[in-house]
Structure formats: C-alpha cells, structure tokens
Design a protein around this ligand. Structure first.
Ligand code: SAM
Length: 229
C-alpha cells in the first residue's frame, strides 16, 4: 500500500510516520509513504498557493493550479494510479466500513487543505473524492490524513502482528459492534473486581458474555451519540 500526502506543511509528518506501528510497517516495506509540498508546484517569486474567494467572504482559498499540478506530478511518481482524496469537513464521513474499502486500494493520494479550503474545481479536475474525519473543523487536512493512514494501515496484512485482533476491534465484523469491557491484572483494583466469568476458563460462556457486553456497549453508545448507527 502506498500513501502520497500532498500538503503545505510537510514538516508535520516525520514524527508521526516514524513511530510505533507505522514506523515498523514502513521499515518492513508493508507500507510506503511519500510527502510532497504543494508550494513546490506554485509559480512566481512568491510561490503563491492561495487567493481571495470570488464573490467576497473571509479568508483565502487554495488555488486550483498548484494543487492540481502537484497531484498530477505525484501521480507520475508511481505506475499505480492513486485514488485522490481531498480532506474536507463537508466530505463523506469516515467510518470503519470506508476504511476497509480504502485498505483494498493499492495507492491513496491524500490532499490536505488549509485556510478556507479548496477551490471547488480541484475535486472534479482530479476526479477526487472528498472525505471528512468528523463533524468539526480542523485548521488543516494533515491530522485528517494521519487518521486515514493510521486506520487503513492497521488493515494492511502484516502491519498488526495478530490479524485476529483487528477482526475483533470495535466496528469490525458483520455486526460492527463496539468492543465491550476488557480486563487485565490485578484481579481486583481499588475494590473493583474482574467479572468472575472471565476467570472461569469456560471459553464458550466467555464468548457469549463478551458478545452480550459488546451489544450493550453499542446500545449505550447509540443513546449518547444519536448520529451513530
Ligand atoms: N471553510 C471550510 C469549511 O467550512 O468547510 C473549513 C476549512 S478548514 C479551516 C481547512 C482545511 O482543514 C480543510 O480544507 C480540510 O482539508 C481540513 N479539515 C478541516 N476539518 C476537517 C475534517 N473534519 N475532516 C477532514 N479535513 C478537515
């Protein structure tokens, strides 16, 4: 799986890409990540990338020229055509189902907006999809790109040592339940005991109990977050 990040702030990525699972996955050649600065594709002595919106209004918009030319140059760096994704609060909201479909692609090109966002012609010019990571506004698409890279990479075979663990995670599996409560040692902490059934060694009953707990956790979550499924 290859990720290309297109951004005005490439300096935000090295720490994120080198730590923990992602660092190990890159070192093992399971994922490949390339970061490109939009400003390298801007012209003029000021290498301008943004301008005022037609019709008035606050702030600046990313101009189509530098963004489109940057993405076209990035696409030429690898023979696999990348699916272009513009990070945008108004885009399709990311969920685990969408993450799973992205993990089946060979290459994603993640374009990070800034300021007031993208000129509206950028998406059709690049045949891009627009994705949001939630109903709130960030200062830029970089954190959203990191979210997508992290969530998708976990599903790339080999990135997580135990593939079964990803299959049992929240929102995974056919019923897309959230995970129920889990416990480790000690058996009692500040008067709070581990449920007896988890110590019983009866794997069938434990599996049934866990499923019930997951259903209950999912129901409670739906009550306090009505926009969820
Ligand atoms: N004026 C835009 C609006 O109201 O929809 C907000 C622009 S925001 C300040 C700047 C950039 O941050 C966006 O172009 C986008 O790339 C990124 N961004 C902000 N919120 C996001 C979200 N929820 N999901 C994905 N990207 C987001």
């Amino acid at each position: 799986m290859r990720f290309d990040i297109v951004t005005l702030f490439p300096e935000l990525f090295p720490g994120f890409l080198s730590g923990s699972l992602l660092g190990a996955a890159r070192a093992a050649g399971l994922i490949e990540v390339s970061v490109t600065d939009i400003r390298d594709h801007a012209s003029g002595i000021h290498r301008q990338v943004d301008d005022r919106p037609f019709g008035g209004g606050p702030g600046m918009l990313l101009m189509p020229g530098p963004v489109v030319e940057c993405v076209e140059a990035v696409q030429r760096c690898d023979p696999r055509p990348g699916q272009v994704i513009l990070l945008s609060p108004g885009g399709r909201r990311l969920d685990q189902e969408l993450v799973e479909s992205l993990a089946r692609r060979e290459r994603l090109v993640l374009v990070c907006g800034r300021y007031e966002g993208f000129d509206a012609r950028i998406a059709p010019a690049l045949d891009a999809e627009e994705f949001s990571i939630g109903d709130y506004v960030l200062s830029g698409g970089e954190v959203a790109a990191m979210v997508i890279i992290d969530a998708v990479s976990r599903l790339v075979p080999g990135v997580i040592g135990d593939a079964e663990s990803a299959r049992q995670d929240s929102f995974s599996g056919a019923d897309r339940l959230v995970e129920g409560p889990q416990y480790t040692r000690p058996r009692e902490f500040r008067g709070l005991p581990v449920p007896e059934i988890l110590l019983s060694g009866d794997h069938a009953r434990i599996a049934t109990w866990r499923h019930e707990q997951a259903r209950e956790a999912t129901r409670r979550r739906a009550e306090c977050s009505p926009n969820t499924r």
